[in-house]
Design a protein around this ligand. Structure first.
Ligand SMILES: NC(=O)c1ccc[n+]([C@@H]2O[C@H](COP(=O)([O-])OP(=O)(O)OC[C@H]3O[C@@H](n4cnc5c(N)ncnc54)[C@H](O)[C@@H]3O)[C@@H](O)[C@H]2O)c1
Length: 293
């Protein structure tokens, strides 16, 4: 098959899956979008439609382009709808059992030549690959959120990933107008390995009373030129996601420097997960975000 990826299947029509479908369709690929129910697929398609409409109104896309990109995305309510595709990217919930089940259902019907990729942000590519029938054709293609905006994609090979799989994936990512960075298969890869300990340290800084939420975010925005403070960024990522990545680092590298801050644990236990639940290090329920500490 070489580099000839023309058709792309996406499993999971959530935040990431819908973004990946969006950029693939804009780049001209024929896209099949799968999720556990037709309603979830419909929600994903509505998100894509809304995001593309925003790109049109801000002058980043022609309306004609939007129409033709949308016409290339097809709902795939059954796993069997993905059988003949060249590449399938799994972007379902970050749960190893869920992902393994998806691969177990998909592999027997999937074209034996097809590349199978996962968008996991933390799970071992080698371990996921070993649960499939094609570890040599398995790879991590890790998009960043929000996919249509973020330029970077981390490519992560498992121990058995063949060069031909890696090169086809690299060409595919390049065709989406994204920049590839190559990461080895270690917990949290590169971006999250560096970013999450920084966020965790910002939470320790708050926990130890070195500064308030506002002081810490202002310090990093104006003192380190970050576009967003680390606590605001944590709320944007989701505090549950931040905690689970810290736990993956802590468990996977067995080093106490990665221990999740108890204050992060407390916020997650309270259900204050950030923007998505209306409250995290900021309270988003009013007109403007108000720091919670
Ligand atoms: N959110 C981020 O910032 C981010 C960034 C990079 C990578 N990721 C990774 O991308 C993946 C998806 O994350 P998300 O933020 O889009 O999650 P999400 O919760 O928005 O979407 C997950 C989707 O998967 C679907 N799903 C669950 N089980 C399924 C199954 N058996 N078959 C088909 N679909 C199924 C769910 O219905 C849901 O629509 C995860 O592996 C996550 O680690 C997330």
């Amino acid at each position: 098959m070489g580099n000839a990826i023309k058709t792309v299947g996406i499993i999971g029509a959530g935040q990431m899956g819908s973004g990946i479908a969006h950029v693939c369709a804009v780049a001209g690929y024929d896209v099949r979008l799968h999720d556990i129910s037709e309603d979830r697929i419909k929600d994903g398609l509505a998100t894509i439609n809304g995001n593309m409409a925003r790109q049109v109104s801000s002058g980043k896309m022609e309306d004609k382009e939007r129409e033709s990109a949308l016409s290339r995305i097809h709902a795939a309510p059954a796993v069997a709808d993905l059988a003949s595709l060249d590449l399938v990217i799994e972007a379902a919930t970050e749960d190893e059992t869920v992902k393994r089940k998806i691969f177990a259902n998909l592999c027997p019907i999937l074209n034996p030549e097809a590349i199978l990729a996962t968008n996991t942000s933390s799970l071992s590519i080698t371990r996921l690959a070993s649960s499939t029938d094609r570890p040599e054709r398995f790879i991590g293609i890790h998009f960043m959120n929000p996919v249509p905006i973020m330029k970077l994609v981390e490519l992560v090979r498992g121990i058995a990933t063949e060069d031909v799989t890696f090169e086809a994936s690299r060409n595919f990512v390049g065709s989406l107008d994204k920049t590839v960075t190559v990461a080895e298969d270690f917990p949290a890869f590169i971006v999250n390995r560096i970013l999450l300990p920084m966020i965790n340290e910002a939470i320790y800084t708050l926990y130890e009373g070195v500064g308030s939420v506002e002081a810490i975010d202002t310090a990093m925005r104006l003192g380190a030129n970050h576009p967003m403070g680390p606590l605001q960024l944590a709320d944007f990522i989701g505090l549950d996601t931040c905690l689970s990545i810290m736990q993956v680092l802590y468990d996977g590298l067995a080093d106490s420097k990665y221990r999740p801050c108890p204050l992060l644990v407390k916020y997650v236990e309270a259900g204050w997960l950030g923007q998505k639940t209306g409250r995290g290090f900021y309270d988003y329920r009013g007109e403007t975000p108000v720091p919670t500490r």
